[in-house]
Ligand binder design. Structure first.
Ligand code: ZN
Length: 80
């Protein structure tokens, strides 16, 4: 499965993933439909294109634009 392969790649890059099907199903930005970067320590899913951080509360991502935090261009969440 393509998604599983992609996730394994992310894991190899040092990203700790939440193994939650609800989360894995929606790993795309609701605004630009682009890929999201999971920032586990910040409990956020980051869209680098929109510079938005969607918070994860109780392991449930808040995928609403109004819940998202706008990141400045030098925000460490935008770095790998
Ligand atoms: Zn986006």
């Amino acid at each position: 499965m393509f998604l599983a392969a992609a996730l394994n790649e992310s894991k190899a890059a040092g990203v700790t993933l939440i193994m939650d099907h609800r989360l894995l199903d929606i790993l795309a930005c609701p605004i630009c439909k682009g890929p999201l970067v999971l920032q586990r320590e910040a409990a956020a899913l980051v869209c680098r294109a929109d510079r938005l951080a969607f918070p994860i509360k109780d392991d449930i991502p808040m995928m609403l634009e109004e819940e998202a935090r706008v990141l400045s261009s030098d925000d460490p969440l935008l770095a790998r």
